[in-house]
Write a protein that binds this ligand. Sequence first.
Ligand code: XMP
Length: 538
Amino acid sequence: MRHRAPPPLAKRPPCRYPARMTQHDRLLIIDFGSQVTQLIARRLRELNVYCEIHPFQKVTDSFLAEFAPKAIILSGGPASVFANGAPMPPQAVFELGVPVLGICYGQQVMMHCLGGKVERGQGTAEFGRAYVTPTADRLALLEGWFDTGREQVWMSHGDHVSEIAPGFQVYGTSPNAPFAITADPARRFFAVQFHPEVHHTPKGATLYRNFVRLAGFRGDWTMGAYREDAIARIRAQVGGEQVICGLSGGVDSSVAAVLIHEAIGDQLTCVFVDHGLLRQGEAEQVVTMFRDHYNMPLIHADESDLFLGALEGVSDPEVKRKTIGRLFIEVFEKHAKSVGGARFLAQGTLYPDVIESVSFSGGPSVTIKSHHNVGGLPEKMGMTLVEPLRELFKDEVRALGRELGLPASFIGRHPFPGPGLAIRCPGEVTREKLAILRQADAVFIDQIRRHGLYDEIWQAFVALLPVKTVGVMGDGRTYDHACALRAVTSVDGMTADYYPFTHDFLGETATRIINEVRGINRVTYDITSKPPGTIEWE
Ligand code: XMP
């Protein structure tokens, strides 16, 4: 088959961190563009296995030699092996002598590369729940499976394997996938048509556990070990130099700061930019925690006049975001200079920000919102990055935070956006509106905590609406702001559902806000999911 040149990789900033950061056993996930590739990594990390996801275009022979994986997983993907330029791994994947697991498209690729046959799906496409039953033969990969005769799995494929490659045998079948599970045990090659990483394959985790066990992984990826490694790496990278860190009070920058402080002590200075758009008591909490409790050198830059002055008369959401982003960088740079001679900039970049996505279209995606956070600084500042969380998922950052002794209340905090309350105050932002919003937000969060719901909710806040409505309180007419409560559940902020509060809860909260907050006389509840809505109002 002739292959076109692979499509370009989605754009991402260059990595200025040492390429190989870990001495742990490593598993390589070759990504063919499945929507659920990250879930494979999650399942493996839960098993204390270190893995990295890399797009197929990047996996060359020399990449493989440098990465030195102890096992390889070929992900699913939307392509067909029949397509012109179908994504393929290098043949070396099958010559390294390490176990390989192919999933869905990965299975088809394996068969295609190793001498089997794949057929176009014509009337045999299978999407959704299916049941796999075993054949007579036993397979180490399937230990703990088929206790009750069959297992539920999640299928999502159009094409299917019609002839397995030499050396392979069938170990499981489903009505529409006669080769649902195949393997060549001698070479430790395994191929499944379904997705073991998704929730709808209830025993999928067992399959991954068996795979990494038979590949000889030691399960050496623990937060305790990570902490020690990270500290050693930070010390080696920074030496005796000064480091500055933009601290927002969010979980990522907080964990990064505490970890770096543990590594290099007072060589770290944190800069906390208070743009006047924080929630009630937030600045005090952050300053008390890091300066007083952790004893870190901390610059508390109270720049609220600057930000609120610049936002006067501005009501367009993108202009607001861009204004805040620009000023943030200016202010940060100004205070960073005062540290004197810092060459390193610390950031709480996470692994999902680093994973290069497989882009088949190569085209630009639409900008929904100009996101702003401390990231975006390095290109402008020309400093060397220290990013000790670069290999971690969000829940691993939380686990590391616990390992470092950060209080649970801090680690479990809901995300808060860089532009702060400005994007929860549609229309022009004024000090008066911010004061009203802060109070209402504090009541809402207090209600959620009192009812024991805080940890069930991804994010909750109040948006102050730019409309005034008529009400009646006592015997008098009121003409005050309306507000909207927003509370969502989500796994990663990419999609979200509104939280199903009881009517009693909503009624009680509305009454409290109207009674306790002067300036609001009407409370609504936003029941839009994402998509089509976004979590924030702007
Ligand atoms: P949206 O509103 O896009 O938000 O559904 C998804 C998640 O991102 C947060 N968010 C931001 N975080 N800088 C940030 O650091 C930003 O500019 C920003 N805008 C939105 C939002 O709170 C939610 O958790």
